[in-house]
Ligand binder design. Structure first.
Ligand SMILES: Nc1ncnc2c1ncn2[C@@H]1O[C@H](COP(=O)(O)OP(=O)(O)OP(=O)(O)O)[C@@H](O)[C@H]1O
Length: 572
C-alpha cells in the first residue's frame, strides 16, 4: 500500500478544504486580531517603565490607570479571540480529517481484494486504526500551537520593529538558528517516524496472524515460535521509538541554544541603544517582554513539530490509501448493452503463477437470464463468480458488466445490530413494509415472529443468533431490497441442509426473478431449473447449453445428471 508524500498530502487536504475558503479567511482575521491584542501589554509595560523614569507616573496616576485598562481589556479580548480562533481551527481541521478518513474508507472498499491481501490486511487495519488515532491525538496539541504561533510570531516581529528595528533584527538573526534546528530535525525525523509506523503495522500484522490462527498455533505447538516472532517485531517498534526520542532530545538542546542567543542578543542591543541614547529603558523592557512572550508560542510550535511530524507520517499513510489505484471500472464494450449484461472475453486467471484457476473463458449472460455453473470441486466455479463480481481482476482478458450487482456467498455477515438495520443496510430508505415484504418473499416471515423484538431484535454475535438458513434468507432479502440488475449466488444456498434446501432454492429463484443470475450451483436441481448450464472442468468451460439439451446429449453433464438423479443428495 503506498505512502503519500508531503505534496500529495497537502493536495488532498486542500481538496478536502475546498468550499471552506471563507471560513479560512475569517479564521485568519480572528487569529491575527488575537495576536495583535497580545502585544498591547508588553508595549504598555514599556510605557510604564519610561513613565516611571521620567516621573509621569507619579504625577499622573490616571496615565497608569489608563495603561492598566488597556492591558486588562487587551488580555480579555486576546483570550476571547484566541479561544474562538482555536475552536474554529479545530473544527475546520476535524472536518477536513473526517473527509480524508471517509475518502480513505471509500477507496479501501473499492480496492481489488488481491491488492489488499498482498499488502496484508494488518496494514490497512493499522492505517484505519493506529494512524487515524495518531492524527486524532495530535490535533489538540498541534492545532492551538499552529493557529496561535504563526500569527503571534508575525505580529510580534512587527511590534518589535515598531519599537526599534534593531530588536526585530535580533529576532531575525535568531530565526535561522531555530530554522537550522528544525531542518536538522526534519531531515531525520520523518524517516524515523515512518519507520516507527511501519514497525507498528508489522506488529499488528503478526499479532493478527497469530490470533486468527490461534487454533492451529495451539494444535501444532507453535506458541513459542509465534511469541518469539511477536517479541522480535515488538523490539523493532521499541528500537524505532528509542531512535525517535534520541532525535527529539538533540532537537530540544538546539532550541535551548537558540533561546540563549536571542535573549543575550536583545540585552546587548538594548544596552547599546540605551547607552548611546537612541533607545529607552522602557523600549528595551517592551522588546524583552515581547521576546519572552514569544518563547511560549515558538516552543509550542517547535514542540508540536514532533507531533506534527508524527501526524504527517500517519496522514501520508491515510492519504496513500486514498490515492491508491481503485479497481478499474469495467465499463467499456458493454456501455450500449442493456443493464444486466455480462461479457467475459478470453479470461484467464491465476492466484499462483504457473497454475491457472481459469483458462480462456468466453461467456455472455443476457439480461434476465439465469446461468448455473456446475463442476467438480476446484474447477474454478467460485473464481468465475468472483471475477464477474469484480472481487478479482482477470490476469488476461476482460470482464465487462452493465448495471448494478450484488454478490451473495456462503459466508453471510450478520452485523451486531437490529434485524432491521441488518436489512436496511442494503437500502437505507426501506420502510418496515418493504423489509417485511422482502423477508416474506424469501420465506423468512417466521423469523420475525420467532424473535421477541421482531425487526428491533438485536442479532449478530452479541444478539440473538440466527441459524445458517436464516442467515442465507437474510442475505437474499438484502438482495431484494438492494434491487440490483445482476445477482451472483456463490453456493449461497449450500448451508441450508436438506430440510431447508428446497425453501432456500425457492427463495433464490424468487430473488433472481427479473434479474440476470449467475449461480454456482451446489445441487444439480438448481442447474435443472436454470436457463443455461455451464459445466466447468480444470478451469475451462467443458460444456454449456440448456439442461434439457445437455442431459439428453452423451456428455459429461449427462453422466453427472444421471448419477445425481439416481442418488439425488450426492452432489457433483
Ligand atoms: N485465494 C486463492 N489462492 C490460491 N489459490 C486459490 C484461491 N482460491 C482458489 N484457488 C485455487 O483455484 C482453483 C479454483 O478454485 P475455485 O474455488 O474457483 O474452485 P471451485 O470450483 O469453486 O471449487 P469449490 O466447489 O470447492 O468451491 C483451485 O485450484 C483452488 O485451489
Amino acid at each position: 500500500m503506498p505512502v503519500a508524500n508531503a505534496r500529495t498530502v497537502w493536495r488532498e487536504a486542500r481538496r478536502s478544504l475546498a468550499g471552506r475558503r471563507w471560513q479560512l479567511a475569517a479564521l485568519a482575521a480572528v487569529l491575527t486580531a488575537a495576536a495583535a491584542a497580545g502585544i498591547v501589554s508588553p508595549l504598555a509595560l514599556g510605557a510604564v517603565v519610561d513613565g516611571a523614569k521620567s516621573g509621569v507616573t507619579s504625577g499622573d496616576p490616571a496615565f497608569v490607570w489608563m495603561l492598566g485598562g488597556w492591558m486588562a481589556s487587551s488580555i480579555l479580548l486576546g483570550a476571547l479571540l484566541g479561544a474562538v480562533g482555536v475552536i474554529g481551527a479545530s473544527r475546520l481541521i476535524e472536518l477536513t480529517l473526517a473527509d480524508l478518513r471517509e475518502r480513505m474508507v471509500d477507496t479501501a472498499f473499492r480496492l481489488p481484494q488481491a491488492r489488499v491481501e498482498r499488502a496484508g490486511t494488518g496494514d490497512l487495519i493499522s492505517r484505519a486504526g493506529d494512524d487515524v488515532a495518531v492524527v486524532a491525538e495530535a490535533i489538540p496539541s498541534v492545532v492551538p500551537a499552529l493557529a496561535g504561533s504563526f500569527f503571534t510570531i508575525a505580529v510580534t516581529i512587527v511590534g518589535m520593529a515598531v519599537i526599534d528595528p534593531w530588536y526585530a533584527l535580533v529576532l531575525l538573526v535568531v530565526v535561522p538558528v531555530h530554522a537550522l534546528a528544525v531542518r536538522g530535525y526534519l531531515r531525520h525525523a520523518p524517516q524515523v517516524y515512518a519507520g516507527e509506523r511501519a514497525a507498528m503495522a508489522d506488529r499488528a500484522q503478526h499479532l493478527l496472524d497469530s490470533l486468527r490462527g490461534l487454533e492451529s498455533v495451539r494444535a501444532y505447538g507453535l506458541a513459542v515460535d509465534h511469541i518469539g516472532r511477536i517479541a522480535r517485531v515488538s523490539w523493532a517498534v521499541a528500537g524505532w521509538t528509542m531512535r525517535a526520542r534520541a532525535i527529539q532530545n538533540v532537537f530540544f538542546a538546539r532550541l535551548n541554544v537558540a533561546e540563549l542567543l536571542g535573549m543575550g542578543g536583545l540585552l546587548v542591543v538594548g544596552f547599546v541603544l540605551v547607552s548611546n541614547g537612541s533607545g529607552s529603558i522602557g523600549g528595551t523592557t517592551a522588546a524583552m517582554l515581547l521576546f519572552l512572550r514569544l518563547f511560549g508560542p515558538i516552543n509550542e510550535l517547535l514542540f508540536v513539530v514532533d507531533d506534527l511530524q508524527s501526524a504527517l507520517a500517519s496522514l501520508g499513510r491515510i492519504v496513500g490509501v486514498i490515492t491508491a489505484e481503485p479497481r478499474s471500472r469495467p465499463a467499456h464494450g458493454v456501455s450500449t448493452a442493456p443493464p444486466g449484461t455480462v461479457r467475459l472475453t478470453g479470461v484467464t486467471h491465476s492466484y499462483v503463477e504457473g497454475h491457472d484457476a481459469l483458462r480462456d473463458i468466453q461467456l455472455e449472460l443476457s439480461p434476465g437470464e439465469t446461468v448455473a455453473v456446475v463442476g467438480a470441486s476446484g474447477t474454478g466455479k467460485s473464481t468465475l463468480a468472483a471475477l464477474v463480481a469484480g472481487v478479482h481482476e482477470p490476469v488476461v482478458g476482460s470482464v465487462q458488466r452493465k448495471g448494478s450487482l450484488v454478490l451473495v456467498t456462503q459466508e453471510v455477515h450478520v452485523f451486531d445490530a437490529t434485524l432491521r438495520a441488518n436489512l436496511t443496510l442494503a437500502r437505507a430508505d426501506a420502510s418496515d413494509t418493504m423489509v417485511l415484504d422482502a423477508l416474506g418473499r424469501v420465506g423468512a416471515s417466521r423469523l420475525v415472529s420467532r424473535l421477541a423484538g421482531g425487526l428491533d431484535e438485536p442479532v449478530g454475535s452479541a444478539g440473538t443468533p440466527l441459524t445458517p438458513a436464516e442467515e442465507q434468507q437474510l442475505a437474499l432479502a438484502r438482495v431484494l431490497l438492494a434491487d440490483p440488475e445482476l445477482v451472483i449466488l456463490d453456493e449461497a444456498t449450500a448451508e441450508g441442509g436438506s430440510r431447508d434446501a428446497d425453501r432456500l432454492d425457492r427463495a433464490a429463484a424468487e430473488v433472481g426473478r427479473g434479474r440476470t443470475v449467475l449461480i454456482v450451483a451446489h445441487r444439480l436441481s438448481q442447474a435443472a431449473t436454470a436457463d443455461r448450464v455451464v459445466l466447468m472442468h480444470n478451469g475451462r468451460i467443458q460444456e454449456q447449453g440448456t439442461h434439457a439439451d445437455l442431459a439428453a446429449a452423451d456428455g459429461a453433464y449427462a453422466r453427472l445428471w444421471k448419477a445425481w438423479s439416481r442418488d439425488p443428495p450426492a452432489v457433483q
